[in-house]
Design a protein around this ligand. Structure first.
Ligand SMILES: [Zn+2]
Length: 288
């Protein structure tokens, strides 16, 4: 196996982060940081610190675990990609598609299972979503995601190079979809036929549970359409991000986010009760 270009994938992610930070500064979609540079810097620093821990883990322990699994299954000629004997290019396409499909269902499980939601809600509890929110994941969620990916790698017969390509593509789209930017509506509409756009993912970060539990896709947008969880809404600028029970400044501090999974109830319904009732359209309605 050739040496994976981990450094180049980090450079792609960092370059995109800088570009999106500049875009958010020049033309933010939501005005929550207007005239509040210090707040923005503090907010982004906390999210990027969480991301730094995760990047270190992914580049070391997770990569080692995935590489070990890939070597074992490759040595045993086990897994879908080994059995199908496809061309190299088709192998990569299929690997990216299957990993993206897996991430769709893993994301749904993170919303469905209370123990997983406790960790995933750290990502959702950001009331001011911007590109730094793409980095705001609890280490516990990253570790669980890395471990449950092991049998997926085995069954699919993936190599580390497949995973790396998927990670680079997915994280590029994940950064764009979280950014506090708005694409021209027509461009967003065309793009979201293929990938998850800022329009589509803003709805996933709404504080309304019916909207939070929709638009689960990470890279390609079509899994939500296939499995009936795709949702749009007309007044995108009216979305309130975050979770109602984690809105205070104290709950947004670094230590509080680390401890968040171990606080309160793991039920999402408890959040709903404290939110003033608003009419949420059912999936696939209220399209623009
Ligand atoms: Zn989510």
């Amino acid at each position: 196996m050739s040496k994976p270009p981990v450094e180049s994938s980090g450079a792609v992610a960092f370059g995109l982060l800088v570009a999106l930070l500049l875009w958010e500064s020049a033309a933010p979609f939501m005005a929550f940081f207007r005239g509040r540079l210090r707040e923005r810097l503090g907010h982004d620093a906390i999210n990027l610190c969480l991301g730094g821990i995760n990047a270190l883990f992914n580049a070391t322990a997770a990569a080692a675990l995935w590489m070990w699994t890939a070597r074992v299954v490759s040595g045993a000629s086990f897994g879908l990609l080994h059995w199908l004997e496809l061309s190299r290019a088709t192998e990569f396409v299929l690997a990216v598609l299957l990993l993206d499909l897996w991430m769709y269902w893993w994301h749904r499980l993170c919303h469905r299972i209370p123990m997983l939601w406790r960790f995933h809600r750290v990502h959702h509890s950001d009331p001011r979503m911007d590109v730094s929110t793409a980095y705001r994941f609890h280490f516990g969620e990253m570790a669980a995601s890395a471990v449950v990916r092991v049998p997926v790698i085995a069954v699919m017969g993936l190599g580390l190079e497949h995973i790396l390509l998927f990670e680079v593509m997915m994280f590029a789209v994940v950064q764009i979809q979280h950014a506090n930017i708005g694409l021209p509506p027509t461009l967003d509409r065309v793009l979201r036929r293929l990938i998850v756009t800022p329009f589509m993912h803003k709805i996933h970060h709404s504080d309304l549970v019916a909207e939070t539990d929709s638009n689960y896709c990470s890279l390609f947008s079509w899994w939500d359409r296939v499995f009936g969880t795709y949702r749009e809404r007309a007044d995108l600028a009216g979305i309130r991000f975050g979770l109602a029970e984690f809105q205070s400044a104290g709950e947004q501090k670094f230590a509080a986010l680390i401890l968040n999974p171990f606080a309160g109830s793991g039920s999402k319904n408890s959040v709903v009760k404290s939110v003033p009732k608003r009419n949420a359209p059912p999936p696939n309605e209220n399209k623009i």
